[in-house]
Design a protein around this ligand. Structure first.
Ligand SMILES: N[C@@H](CCC[C@H](N)C(=O)O)C(=O)O
Length: 279
């Protein structure tokens, strides 16, 4: 199976061109195998670039534990780069089908290669069945979450996939590695959840680390950055334009007055290879 390793703000996935490649039936198991950083290729998960009847291409995304997610913000920028750079569709605007609907993307092209992508990530969902108990009222969708022996204040936002955002004074490993995994599997979230930890720098700038559902800490999460930008506005901490610094790079976010979230960030191809599978 031919694959391409790509990363967006350090969030790295194995991408497979399903316009050409035929995959084994058990894709969750394939995702687990290729993602393994010691015995596989090593990645935060597996992303399939597939034909679509409704858009230029379809993206399917699997976390490192084999679970499938509805959406991947850093992934969709890389899918757009792949589709353009590999000549599947050479248009500066693309439509990609995801589990969260069909999204529109604008490509920034330098020397005939995509360098940056601006994605219309759609409207945040503030009353989602994926985040059932917390989101029963009007926004702000804030709640107190009991985690171990402490209560943390969270803001829950779905970008097609679910996110639980906590604003903290200082983001430490304690938050990401101790609290993050407990938030992920908290009984309040039956489909599990991605946990973002945010330090505010100013009304237009924040720092973020994430504990991702199904993959653990990653260097960036695009949908998590969108959810955090929305949560910043909902809680009165930030304005609608915000620059988010993540361990793997920066993402620029805008929550427009028309209620759509726009995310701009890099997409990078790292290398191509052939997966022969565990022997
Ligand atoms: N890193 C991604 C999100 C990947 C999926 C997530 N772990 C989930 O299970 O919802 C991003 O950039 O959005």
């Amino acid at each position: 199976m031919k694959f391409t390793k790509m990363q967006g703000a350090g969030n790295d996935y194995v991408y497979v061109n399903c316009f050409k490649e035929i995959l084994p039936q058990d894709i969750p198991n394939l995702a687990k195998q290729v993602s393994d950083r010691h015995k596989g290729i090593g990645s935060d998960g597996l992303i399939l670039i597939c034909p679509s009847e409704k858009a230029d291409a379809q993206m399917r995304m699997f976390n490192a534990d084999g679970s499938e997610s509805e959406m991947c913000g850093n992934g969709i920028r890389c899918v757009a780069k792949y589709v353009y750079d590999h000549g599947i569709v050479q248009s500066q605007t693309l439509k990609i089908e995801t589990g969260a609907g069909i999204l529109s993307l604008d490509l920034d092209i330098i020397d005939q290669r995509v360098s940056q992508v601006r994605v219309n990530m759609g409207r945040p969902i503030l009353n989602s069945s994926e985040i059932p108990t917390l989101l029963t009222g009007d926004p702000p969708v804030n709640a107190d979450l009991q985690v171990g022996d402490q209560t943390i204040q969270v803001t829950c936002v779905s970008m097609g996939n679910p996110h639980c955002v906590s604003f903290v004074d200082e983001i430490t490993d304690y938050w990401v590695h101790e609290i993050g995994p407990q938030v992920e599997v908290h009984p309040m979230f039956p489909k599990r959840i991605n946990a973002e930890f945010i330090e505010i720098i100013s009304q237009n700038e924040m720092i973020m680390r994430v504990w991702e559902r199904g993959s653990g800490e990653t260097q960036a999460c695009g949908t998590g950055a969108c959810a955090s930008a929305v949560a910043g506005v909902l809680t009165g901490r930030t304005e609608r334009n915000v620059l988010i610094h993540l361990p793997g790079g920066d993402l620029r976010l805008e929550w427009s007055e028309s209620d759509e979230v726009f995310m701009t960030g890099p997409a990078v191809e790292v290398y191509e290879g052939v997966w022969t599978g565990p022997q």
